[in-house]
Unconditional design. Structure first.
Length: 571
């Protein structure tokens, strides 16, 4: 909040209300100029504050972009829109109310002007919009009516003689002031868009055209269509314009769940619109939408989007929404939504999702090589609860590059059909399509089951393995520490971890000196095995494997303790 206070001051935007982190307002682009900003709160500009320099050097990415919400000092609450309600002012970092004694239309006019809500219609006293709480910052306000802000008006100080039953209110003449939560509930219901999330005035989504409806809607909130709501001309405004057009954000849906899996973090995707549950057409789902759903359900991130034969066909309604998610949203309602032809969907195309918080995900998508050495052999993937051979067809250098990277085996030397003559009666897999830059096959298009007799099995040879790596930052010299052991990548527990251990990691990766060591799960929790615990390096070793360590026993550590490392150099 100290950093946010400087930003609000520099922008002449009043006091800070919130200082959200982790890309709350969406990821930015371009350079990350400042990392670990340290303001005292009294600086005139953000550049006067201390920082550790550019964020990329420390593994920061746009998913961590900082945000600020400022307040210009006054708001209206509990009136159904931002242009009507109880008057509250911000002072000394705390919201409080205004005493209604002496409150009149001149005072209300200043509030409406400050909030860009047109002219004042009413200046109710005596807690008309309900009693507030906290301090009563202003008593006997005296505005001439021409002031720009309420704080420019005279007052007799704090209203310690008042009670919250006398809190002042304002109703402004903007047409959006007449549109309240009950009206919004009817609109969202009529559109099949769930429940209201936010009612916005002042043409928040742009100005419309044509005639402006100026009569007040008086919906109870239970009507199925807005045409069934009563209207009133008692507050009909001649000065309404498209500058006052109402905007509305609906939730899209009210609830989400995964069903017919072994636990709540894997299963067939079902969404609830109002009281009706339905399945989702697979054409509208990808890994980014699945990531958002898993995060929304507190199930981590997505491991796979699967077809109907995993979790079976649903019944009832099929929602044909296509979710355009970036992957960093925390709720599906934050994603853009478009429609797909319902005629193209059936329950044979119901989408399923596996999150890494599910028991299904522990082995799913892991790969191994058999019939050769650590980095050479027939490729097998754990797919649908069993190890399956991978077929050569549809594989190119891009897919094999990802596979070698996932195995910790460096680059591709060659790939070909398997020399093995072993017959496999069970399912094989094919159908991958990678760009070549992915860290894991799970980030490529999903595997497809096929009969093993339909093609030749894949045999690869990779170069010398790289047995440790830093992931999750977008660079090679900062991130969550992962080590390759027993055929798969896993993480390191932070018990006993210190800067000497980090120095060895940075040296082994040719990344210079270690800047930071003990930052558990800073780059996100890992998945799969936690291989090492109680690592104890002297600091002069050339490899992490030359240090003392213990193999981590099951249940001894959790992924919230995964070690992160930030090195100074680049490779």
């Amino acid at each position: 909040m100290k950093d946010a206070a400087v930003v609000c001051r520099e922008l002449h935007c009043g006091e800070p209300v919130d200082a959200p982190q982790y890309g709350h307002f969406g990821p930015g682009s371009g350079p990350i100029w400042m990392f670990f900003v340290e303001c005292s709160g009294s600086e005139l500009t953000l550049k006067d504050c201390g920082s550790s320099g550019r964020g990329e050097r420390y593994g920061c990415n746009h998913g961590y972009d900082a945000g600020v919400t400022c307040s210009d000092g006054v708001r209206l609450v509990n009136g159904g829109s931002r242009c009507a309600g109880r008057v509250e002012v911000l002072q000394d970092g705390q919201w409080g109310t205004v005493c209604g004694v002496g409150w009149d239309m001149k005072d209300a006019a200043v509030v409406c002007r400050e909030l860009h809500c047109g002219e004042a219609v009413d200046a109710p006293q005596y807690g008309h919009f309900g009693p507030g709480s906290g301090p009563i910052w202003m008593f006997f306000v005296e505005c001439s009516g021409s002031e720009s802000t309420l704080k420019d008006c005279g007052s007799r100080g704090r209203g310690d003689y008042c009670g919250h039953g006398e809190d002042a209110g304002v109703t402004c003449s903007v047409c959006d002031a007449d549109f309240d939560q009950q009206d919004a509930e009817v609109v969202c219901r009529e559109l099949g868009c769930g429940i209201p999330v936010e009612v916005l005035g002042s043409a928040a989504f742009g100005r419309g055209e044509g005639q402006v409806w100026t009569e007040e809607l008086q919906c109870r909130g239970t009507e199925s269509e807005i045409t069934f709501c009563l209207t009133s001309s008692s507050l009909k405004h001649s000065d309404c314009s498209h500058y006052n057009d109402v905007g509305l954000t609906c939730s899209g849906h009210t609830e989400a769940r995964l069903v017919n899996g072994p636990d709540s973090c894997s299963g067939r995707v079902e969404l609830q619109y109002l009281s009706e549950w339905g399945t989702v057409c697979a054409v509208g789902w990808d890994m980014r939408a699945a990531d958002v759903l898993c995060a929304q359900l507190d199930c981590g991130s997505a491991v796979a989007v699967v077809e109907v034969d995993w979790f079976g066909e649903g019944s009832g309604h099929i929602w044909a929404d296509v979710f355009d998610c970036q992957g960093n949203e925390t709720h599906l309602s934050q994603c853009g939504i478009s429609s797909w032809s319902r005629a193209a969907c059936s329950h044979k195309h119901d989408a399923g999702v596996i999150c890494n918080g599910s028991s299904v995900a522990f082995h799913e998508g892991r790969v191994r090589l058999s019939g050769g050495s650590e980095c050479q052999g027939e490729v097998e993937m754990y797919f649908r609860q069993d190890w399956r051979r991978v077929l050569l067809d549809s594989w190119s250098l891009s897919e094999v590059s990802v596979l070698c990277r996932q195995l910790g085996c460096g680059s591709v030397l060659n790939y070909r059909s398997s020399p093995s003559t072993t017959e496999h009666k069970h399912m094989c897999v094919t159908g991958f399509s990678c760009s070549g830059s992915e860290a894991h096959l799970g980030n490529c298009s999903s595997a497809q089951p096929v009969n093993c007799s339909s093609g030749e099995q894949l045999y690869i040879t990779c170069s010398v393995p790289r047995s440790i790596r830093l992931v999750g930052s977008g660079g090679d010299c900062a991130g969550r520490l992962e080590v390759f052991h027993s055929g798969s990548w896993g993480t390191v527990c932070d018990d006993s971890w210190d800067i000497e251990d980090a120095q060895v990691v940075c040296r082994q990766l040719q990344c210079g000196e270690a800047l930071s060591a003990h930052i558990p799960a800073w780059f996100g929790p890992g998945t799969g095995s936690i291989w090492l615990n109680e690592v104890e390096c002297e600091g002069n070793e050339t490899s992490l494997w030359n240090c003392r360590f213990q193999l981590c026993e099951e249940g001894e550590c959790g992924h919230q303790e995964d070690v992160g490392v930030v090195c100074l150099g680049t490779v």
